[in-house]
Design a protein around this ligand. Structure first.
Ligand code: HEM
Length: 188
């Protein structure tokens, strides 16, 4: 069924959606290129990565508050399996936008060099590490640093996969099924 008047998200929801999507895509790209960066560029890129990630966490909290206080427009009447998949992918993405930055923050808080490299958001705003992890003894901290890297990296790959499914679904509905899918989440 063609929707003549697309049911749209509200402006704050649209802003939060695109802000989070842009920052996540940027952070995935930065994260996946860490291994290939020249040594001099690595530290500033990691610092930018942390700032973008903490911003995602803040925006994710706002997004969840919006979601808790507003009913989103219903998923259009696509095939049942597509509606179900879309529903689950949305909740998986909600989970990842918290868990990925949180695991990165925990990983960074367990870094042995943290004391010598205080965190500043966008090189300006002083930010804090997570105390209970930061103040562990050196050996335990090293253990958690390595484990949390594995957690952060695995979650980031899983987030990238969910992101691809989400974008592929939206593009399929828009261009193959010829439904006004993007208009639901497009500014203006
Ligand atoms: C949108 C949120 C985030 C995404 C999508 C993301 C993604 C990634 C990815 C893909 C990697 C590379 C993993 C690998 O090499 O296997 C990475 C590494 C890393 N991330 Fe994140 N991250 C996010 C948030 C954060 C936050 C909030 C922090 C810290 C405050 C953080 C700290 C780090 C650190 C320290 C590394 C390792 C850098 C290195 O030493 O190579 N990340 N992240």
């Amino acid at each position: 069924m063609q929707l003549s008047v697309p049911q749209r998200y509200t402006r704050p929801a649209i802003f939060l959606h695109w802000a989070v999507a842009t920052l996540i895509a940027t952070n995935l790209l930065i994260g996946f290129t860490f291994d290939y960066l020249p040594k001099n560029d690595l530290r500033p890129m990691i610092d930018a990565h942390k700032s973008f990630g903490i911003t995602v966490l803040g925006l994710a909290i706002m997004r969840l508050m919006w979601r808790a206080t507003h009913t989103p427009p219903p998923i259009p009447p696509y095939a049942e399996w597509e509606r179900r998949t879309a529903h689950w992918v949305h909740w998986v993405l909600y989970g990842f936008i918290f868990l990925v930055p949180l695991s990165g923050w925990l990983h960074d808080s367990a870094w042995k060099g943290a004391a010598g490299h205080p965190m500043k958001l966008f090189w300006v705003i002083p930010w804090f590490r997570i105390g209970p992890i930061e103040h562990l003894d050196a050996a335990t901290k090293e253990y958690w640093h390595s484990l949390l890297f594995t957690v952060h990296s695995t979650l980031a790959y899983a987030l990238a996969a969910a992101f691809v499914v989400h974008v592929a679904g939206a593009l399929k509905h828009q261009f193959l099924d010829d439904k006004p899918e993007l208009q639901r989440m497009w500014p203006g």
